[in-house]
Write a protein that binds this ligand. Structure first.
Ligand code: HEC
Length: 190
């Protein structure tokens, strides 16, 4: 009996995986929503950047910035969302993510794979989710990002220690300049 339920559990998970893999993303052209989503994504950058810049200026090794980001990035995002209209919410995700709370869903995954395949990092993509639109803004890797997302071997010991403690499954290192780092998603209810 036990064996049978195990088999069906495996079968069920296999079926779900294959359904997810064939999921199609409904890309739409909607300049108005794209503009609204981009403004909100830029607003999130504007909410995080000053604190990050200040921490980086204070300590060029990035250790202070890492502490700041690891302690405050989620809260800053939540606080920023409170300033948006009821219908909108922003979040960040990536293919190689650092914080499991930023883990992508199946649509995010398909869209990010599409962005990487196309290599177009400047055009926002709008997806129709049925009851909402999602606007995807690409975040490329710039030089300053490498301090905390570059070669792990080159990081200060203290930073490695903080990252290993806080994000034991960190995937967000080893990036090179101009690569795809992730996206900001603005989800706007219809
Ligand atoms: C001072 C160190 C530091 C710098 C510099 C930095 N990051 Fe991060 N980044 C972090 C930390 C720590 C997290 C995890 C924050 C959290 O818990 O949400 C993170 C998370 C992210 C995420 C969310 C997805 C994930 O991986 O969890 C994205 C996207 C991201 N960073 C992109 C960038 C980009 C693009 C730059 C350069 C413009 C950059 N970061 C610069 C430390 C840094």
């Amino acid at each position: 009996m036990k064996k049978l339920s195990l088999t069906s559990a495996i079968l069920a998970s296999f079926l779900t995986t294959s359904i997810m893999a064939t999921e199609t993303v409904n890309y739409v052209e909607n300049p108005q929503i794209a503009a609204k989503g981009m403004a909100q994504a830029k607003g999130l950058i504007g909410a995080i950047k000053p604190a990050l810049m200040a921490a980086m200026k204070k300590d060029k090794t990035g250790v202070e910035g890492t502490v700041m980001c690891s302690e405050a990035a989620q809260e800053m995002t939540a606080n920023y969302n409170k300033t948006l209209p009821e219908d909108s919410k922003v979040r960040r995700t990536a293919l190689k993510y650092r914080n499991p709370e930023n883990k992508p869903d199946t649509t995010d995954l398909a869209v990010m794979e599409h962005i990487v395949a196309e290599g177009n990092f400047s055009k926002p993509l709008v997806v129709d989710m049925g009851n909402a639109f999602r606007v995807y803004k690409t975040l490329p890797v710039h030089k300053p990002c490498l301090v905390c997302h570059g070669d792990k071997e080159k990081m200060p010991a203290k930073m490695k220690e903080i990252l290993e403690k806080k994000y034991p499954a960190d995937l967000a290192t080893g990036f090179k300049e101009h690569e795809f780092r992730g996206v900001i998603i603005s989800e706007i209810k219809k």
